[in-house]
Design a protein around this ligand. Structure first.
Ligand code: OXD
Ligand code: MN
Length: 613
C-alpha cells in the first residue's frame, strides 16, 4: 500500500478527496468503526461520558464544573524528541538539528506500524482549522485518531467542526494527520485479544513528518504534542515548511497586546524555549500602574504580510495546553482563574477530597495526596506529587486576560518581537537589535543554560535557535535565511527585534531580576523605543537601555544590580562568539552570508577580549 506518494498535496494544486483518504487510512488501520466529529457540545458530552465509563476521565468535585483528571501511562508523559522525525528527499533539507529519515523507508516503516493498529477501536475523524475558519492566515487539517483523549483535547485546542469539514470537502488545502495509540483490541479475525485500558499507548513510538507532502503520522503515544497533531506537528513543523514555501512564518511564540497608560496599543510576539515562562508572560499582571497586557496566545504564532505590507499575526490555537506545576494565584492569577471549570488536567496529583494539586499551587502540600501515578504520596517520598510535565487543557475563552481581537481572522499587526533565552550570565536584561539582520542573529543564537551542578556556576549552554530547535520542520539555517528575506520584504514595516533575559544570576546563584509582572518594566522600555522616545547604548549585545530609562526605583534592587543586568561584557561576548561559531559550523554552506557577517561584526566588537578571532 502506498500512503505518501499517492497523496499529491505537495504541489498545492490537487488535494486528495477527504473521504477517499479516510477510507484508505481505515483500510490500513482496520478500526471497528469510523466516526466523524462535528465539534458540538453534545458530542463533547458523549465523549466525556464515554471517557468516564472507561476510567480515562475522573470527574473533579464541585465547584470544578466539567473538569476531569486524567492519568497517562507512566512512560507516556512528554514529547519524544528522539522519536520525532522529519522525512525529506535530501537530508540537508531537514538539516543537522532534526532527526532525518528517508521518505520511502519511513513510509514502509509506517505501513508496518499502522497495519491493523486500530483493530477493535473507534477511529474518529476530526476536521479542524488552525486559526479562525477561512481566515487569510488560517489553515485546515484533518486528524484521524483512535484516542478519545486526543479527540477531546483537539476539540479544545483547535476549531473542530462542520465549517472546517465543509471547506475540506470543497477542496480547500488541508493537512492530513494520522494518529494511533498503537493499542489494537482484536486480531485480524475480529477476536478480542485484550481489554482496553484508561490510557492506551505503545512501547514503540514514532512521530513522523513529511514536510514535502505536508503529512503527519504519529504512532504509539497519547500525550500532548505527540498526539494533538494540530499543535507542534502541524502548527510548527509542517507549517514552518509551508511558510518557507509560501512566504509566511510559523513560530514558537507568545502574542500579547500592550496598552500604555496613554491608551496606545502595541502588539508584541515573543519566542522563548519550553519552560521559560511563556504562559506567565502572556497572561502577565503588570506591576507598572496604568499598563495593561492582554493575551492573544501563549505558544504558537503564525505571521503573514498583509496587502499593506505589514506583518500580521494570529494565534492558530483555540486553547491553552499549559504546564500546571508552578502555576498559582501568585505566579499567574489569570491562568489560575481560568481553570475554574471545563478543564482537563493530566498527570496532576489529587487531594483527599478528589481535587487536583501540583507543586507550587500552595506553599505546602496538603495532607493525604495521591500522586500522578495514583499512588499515595508524602513529602518523604522525595518525588514530585504531580508529574513535572503535568498539564491543563482549557479553552482560550476562559482566560480573563484574553484580548477581544484574539479571534480576529485578520490577526494583529506585530510591532515588536522578543527573543528570550535562559542565561545566568552574559546576556543583558534587554537589548534591541541594531537592524533586522542583527535581530535574526539574536534569534538564531538564542540559548538556555542547563541547570548548573552548583548554584552560581556557569551551566552548559544549549543553543535553541528561535526557540524552535525541536519544532522547525526544515533546515534551521534555511529558517534564518527565510527570516532575512521576510525582513527585506517588510522593509520599513518590519517589527523591531529585541533579545531579553529574565534569568541573569548573581555570584551566589540568586536571580537578579524579579521577573513575572515586573517584566512590564522591560515592555515599557520596548514601547519607548518603538515610539522613539529614548536613546540606547550600543554594546556587543545590541542597543541596551541607559539605567535611568528603566523604571526600577520602587523595586528595591541592591546597588549595582541594575548595572549588572544591563552589562554586555566584551570578554563574555568573545566567548559567546566562540559558541556561535560552533553552532554555525554545523550548517556548512547552508548558513546565510548575513549570519557570517553578524558573527564577524561581533568578533570585531569584542576583539582583544579573549575571543579566538
Ligand atoms: C510545549 C513545549 O509543550 O514547548 O509547549 O514543549
Ligand atoms: Mn511550546
Amino acid at each position: 500500500m502506498t500512503l505518501i506518494d499517492e497523496t499529491p498535496i505537495a504541489t498545492g494544486s490537487e488535494r486528495p478527496d477527504v473521504h477517499a483518504w479516510v477510507a484508505q487510512v481505515a483500510e490500513l488501520t482496520q478500526p471497528a468503526r469510523v466516526v466523524w466529529c462535528d465539534g458540538s457540545g453534545a458530542e463533547r458530552h458523549r465523549l466525556i461520558a464515554m471517557g468516564v465509563r472507561k476510567g480515562t476521565l475522573e470527574p473533579l468535585p464541585e465547584p470544578h464544573y466539567g473538569s476531569y483528571l486524567v492519568r497517562s501511562a507512566p512512560d507516556d508523559v512528554a514529547r519524544v524528541e528522539d522519536r520525532t522525525v522529519i522525512a525529506t528527499t535530501d537530508p540537508d533539507d531537514a538539516g543537522p538539528t532534526n532527526n532525518w529519515r528517508d521518505p520511502v523507508d519511513l513510509e514502509a516503516e509506517l505501513v508496518e506500524l499502522f497495519e491493523g493498529s486500530m483493530r477493535g477501536r473507534t477511529m474518529w475523524v476530526v476536521p479542524f482549522s488552525m486559526g479562525p475558519v477561512g481566515g487569510p492566515i488560517s489553515q485546515l487539517g484533518v486528524q484521524v485518531t483512535d484516542s478519545l483523549y486526543a479527540v477531546l483535547s483537539m476539540g479544545t485546542m483547535t476549531r473542530v467542526g462542520a465549517a472546517a469539514r465543509e471547506l475540506v470537502e470543497a477542496g480547500a488545502p488541508w493537512v492530513p494527520a494520522v494518529h494511533s495509540v498503537g493499542y489494537p483490541l482484536t486480531d485480524e479475525f475480529g477476536q478480542q485479544v485484550r481489554e482496553d485500558v484508561p490510557w492506551p499507548s505503545s512501547d514503540t513510538k514514532l512521530i513522523a513528518h513529511f514536510p514535502e507532502s505536508r503529512q503527519i503520522w504519529s504512532y504509539g503515544s497519547g500525550y500532548g504534542g505527540n498526539a494533538l497533531l494540530g499543535k507542534k506537528c502541524f502548527a510548527l513543523r509542517i507549517a514552518s515548511a509551508m511558510g518557507r514555501d509560501q512566504g509566511w512564518l510559523a513560530e514558537h511564540m507568545l502574542l500579547v497586546r500592550v496598552t500604555t497608560p496613554e491608551g496606545k496599543q502595541h502588539h508584541v510576539a515573543g519566542a522563548f524555549p519550553s519552560a521559560c515562562g511563556k504562559t506567565n508572560f502572556a497572561m502577565m499582571t503588570p506591576s507598572l500602574p496604568g499598563w495593561k497586557i492582554e493575551t492573544l496566545g501563549d505558544d504558537i504564532v503564525w505571521m503573514r504580510r498583509d496587502s499593506e505590507g505589514r506583518l500580521r499575526a494570529i494565534n492558530p490555537e483555540a486553547g491553552f495546553f499549559g504546564v500546571a506545576p508552578g502555576t498559582s494565584e501568585a505566579t499567574n492569577p489569570a491562568a489560575h482563574q481560568m481553570l475554574w471549570g471545563n478543564t482537563i488536567f493530566t498527570n496532576c496529583a489529587q487531594t483527599a477530597d478528589g481535587d487536583v494539586w501540583w507543586e507550587g499551587l500552595t506553599p505546602t502540600p496538603p495532607q493525604g495526596l495521591t500522586d500522578w501515578r495514583g499512588e499515595p504520596w508524602s513529602p518523604e517520598s522525595g518525588k514530585p506529587a504531580a508529574h513535572p510535565n503535568a498539564r491543563f487543557t482549557v479553552a482560550a475563552e476562559q482566560c480573563p486576560t484574553l484580548a477581544d481581537s484574539w479571534d480576529d481572522p485578520e490577526g494583529v499587526v506585530v510591532d515588536a518581537v522578543l527573543f528570550g533565552g535562559r542565561r545566568a550570565t552574559t546576556v543583558p536584561l534587554v537589548a534591541q537589535a541594531r537592524d533586522w539582520a542583527h535581530g535574526v542573529f539574536l534569534g538564531a543564537t538564542m540559548a538556555s543554560e542547563k541547570t548548573a551542578a552548583a548554584e552560581g556556576t556557569v551551566g552548559e549552554v544549549r543553543r535553541d535557535p528561535f526557540a524552535m530547535l525541536p519544532f522547525t520542520g526544515y533546515n534551521a539555517a534555511d529558517h534564518w535565511g527565510h527570516w532575512l528575506s521576510q525582513g527585506e520584504q517588510l522593509g520599513e514595516h518590519a517589527p523591531a527585534l529585541f533579545s531579553v533575559n529574565w534569568f541573569r544570576k548573581d555570584d551566589d546563584g540568586g536571580f537578579l531580576w524579579p521577573g513575572f509582572g515586573d517584566n512590564s518594566r522591560v515592555l515599557e522600555w520596548v514601547v519607548a523605543r518603538l515610539e522613539g522616545r529614548v536613546d540606547a547604548v550600543d554594546t556587543p549585545a545590541g542597543l541596551v537601555p541607559r539605567a535611568e530609562d528603566l523604571t526600577t526605583a520602587d523595586l528595591g534592587l541592591a546597588e549595582g544590580v541594575l548595572e549588572q543586568l544591563l552589562t554586555a561584557d566584551p570578554a563574555e561576548y568573545a566567548r559567546e562568539a566562540d559558541g556561535v561559531e560552533e553552532l554555525f559550523a554545523g550548517f556548512g554552506d547552508r548558513l546565510p552570508q548575513a549570519m557570517r557577517d553578524q558573527l564577524a561584526e561581533l568578533r570585531s566588537r569584542t576583539a582583544g577580549d579573549g575571543g579566538t578571532a
